[in-house]
Design a protein around this ligand. Structure first.
Ligand code: VGL
Ligand code: ZN
Length: 208
């Protein structure tokens, strides 16, 4: 793949809280920083996503008395995994990973701001109705192909990839520039779901 004017690199949630030592660490999550930085130089269009929650967000176990992180609860929009408090708006943990290049991005989009609704996806919140506006921004820029990297393979990368496909984009995930959380085989399941939806897998070395 040689990225051109219609190709965009979408960097998902490369934030302090998702790195080892953070509030919701993705195993080996810091390993994506190098490949993501290298990829950014090959794309004319780069968008950075940021998970950006209010302190009383519905996805936090703390918000549900008697519940523990990694349990699932039923919410009006469907099942919700409860997480340790993470990526609280303006906190150090919500910042981009140290060493992540941010200068080449034309757009930073934050998601998960509604206290009552989570948003793994860069495009559509968990109510499956509220749009982040990203699809419109990409369409206005003439983007046809979205190449995803970042964290986490089995949650925000997965949902962003599926929704990018549903929005009509050609979608690729860079296998060596993503890492997963891994709850009960969720990483393998995520790759299978993405493949079934027509999302393609590529290595950084095949992008030049
Ligand atoms: C994410 C769980 C909760 C992610 C965000 O970026 O994959 N996962 N919030
Ligand atoms: Zn989150």
């Amino acid at each position: 793949m040689t990225p051109g004017a219609a190709d965009l690199l979408l960097v998902i949630d490369v934030q302090v809280d998702f790195l080892p030592g953070g509030a919701l660490p993705v195993p080996d999550g810091d390993a994506v920083v190098g490949p993501v930085n290298a990829l950014q130089h090959r794309f004319r269009h780069v968008v950075l996503m940021q998970d950006w929650h209010p302190a009383d967000h519905v996805s936090f176990a703390d918000t549900h008395p008697g519940r523990a992180p990694f349990e699932t609860v039923a919410l009006p929009y469907g099942p919700q995994v409860l997480w340790p408090r993470h990526c609280v708006q303006g906190s150090p943990g919500a910042g981009f990973a140290p060493g992540l290049a941010t200068d080449r991005a034309s757009l930073v989009v934050r998601k998960g701001l509604d206290p009552r609704v989570d948003s793994y996806s860069a495009f559509l919140e968990a109510d499956r109705t509220t749009r982040t506006g990203l699809a419109g921004a990409l369409t206005e820029r003439g983007i046809a192909r979205v190449v995803l990297c970042g964290l986490a393979t089995d949650f925000c990368v997965l949902w962003s990839a599926l929704d990018a496909r549903a929005a009509g984009f050609d979608v690729w995930v860079v296998a060596d520039a993503v890492r997963g959380i891994g709850l009960d085989g969720s990483v393998e399941a995520a790759w299978a779901r993405m493949a079934a939806a027509g999302v393609r897998r590529i290595g950084s070395d095949a992008i030049a």
